[in-house]
Ligand binder design. Structure first.
Ligand SMILES: Nc1nc2c(c(=O)[nH]1)N(C=O)[C@@H](CNc1ccc(C(=O)N[C@@H](CCC(=O)O)C(=O)O)cc1)CN2
Ligand SMILES: Nc1ncnc2c1ncn2[C@@H]1O[C@H](COP(=O)(O)OP(=O)(O)OP(=O)(O)O)[C@@H](O)[C@H]1O
Length: 218
């Protein structure tokens, strides 16, 4: 067995990394070929399914990713959350110097912070990766703090998914680590995906979080 020694394990990690990278590239090129209209149409259908999903209906505190052009559009989800009075949290990941500082302090690379309303969203700066998010040095409430409810639902971004809930992210492990660090009971997890992101099989390890549901257009 090659994994009986350290070299074998290192080799396995490298093979897994390469396998994930290959699937990521294949799905990303499919996404790049989608029209804006197709993405809008699918996003609308996914939104409709989300708003009817039992985990969404009973949620009081939801983490939403702020979508890029290669992801299901989550803007209407923000609007729905604000109008229903559910608490809305968005991911804030550290990059550059802040990332090194947080790692050195043993802090997680990503946290969820409160988003108050649509104006708050419109005013957000964007990261070098093109994602809107509150500045790292701006104090923001987190779930379970200051009288805010803990998260009961996390909407999951990702590059690829299987119908069983396997997930392939962008390779930074942010969501895997974030969910692993949360105490039980863990929030429900729902991935929002274009049909182009769903595949039969994904390379996964026991660290990859399996989501409860993957919502796609019909
Ligand atoms: N809309 C949205 N927001 C999100 C995520 C997401 O997937 N979608 N994330 C989900 O986790 C977190 C951000 N994820 C990120 C993943 C990769 C890189 C990044 O810099 N990628 C570089 C390579 C970096 C490196 O290897 O050093 C790149 O691809 O060029 C940045 C943020 C939090 N917010
Ligand atoms: N719970 C964890 N604790 C520590 N390291 C982890 C954990 N989960 C994942 N990692 C590490 O993070 C790195 C990236 O993981 P992976 O390639 O699975 O990211 P991903 O799920 O595709 O990306 P993301 O979650 O950021 O969208 C890997 O080296 C992995 O071992």
């Amino acid at each position: 067995m090659s994994s009986a020694n350290g070299q074998g394990i290192a080799h396995g990690v490298e093979v897994m990394r390469a396998a994930k990278a290959a699937v990521r590239t294949a799905i990303e090129s499919r996404l790049a070929g989608m029209t804006t209209e197709n993405k809008a149409e699918q996003s609308q259908q996914v939104l409709r399914k989300l708003l009817q999903h039992p985990s969404y209906v009973r949620s009081t505190s939801v983490a939403v990713f702020l979508s890029t052009a290669a992801e299901v559009d989550t803007r209407p989800v923000l609007a729905a959350l604000f109008s229903s009075g559910k608490a809305c949290f968005v991911p804030r990941y550290a990059y550059g110097k802040a990332a090194k500082e947080r790692t050195a302090k043993g802090l997680p690379g990503m946290e969820m912070v409160l988003l108050r309303d649509m104006q708050d969203f419109e005013a957000l700066p964007t990261t070098p990766w093109g994602i809107p998010q509150p500045a790292m040095d701006e104090p923001r409430h987190q779930p379970g703090q200051g009288g805010l409810p803990p998260l009961d639902l996390v909407l999951m971004p990702g590059v690829g998914f299987t119908t069983r809930g396997d997930r392939l992210g962008h390779g930074m492990g942010f969501y895997d680590k974030f969910l692993a660090a949360l105490p039980a009971p863990k929030p429900a997890t729902i991935a929002l995906a274009f049909r182009e992101q769903v595949v039969d099989e994904l390379p996964t390890t026991d660290r990859d979080y399996t989501v409860d549901a993957v919502l796609t257009a019909d």
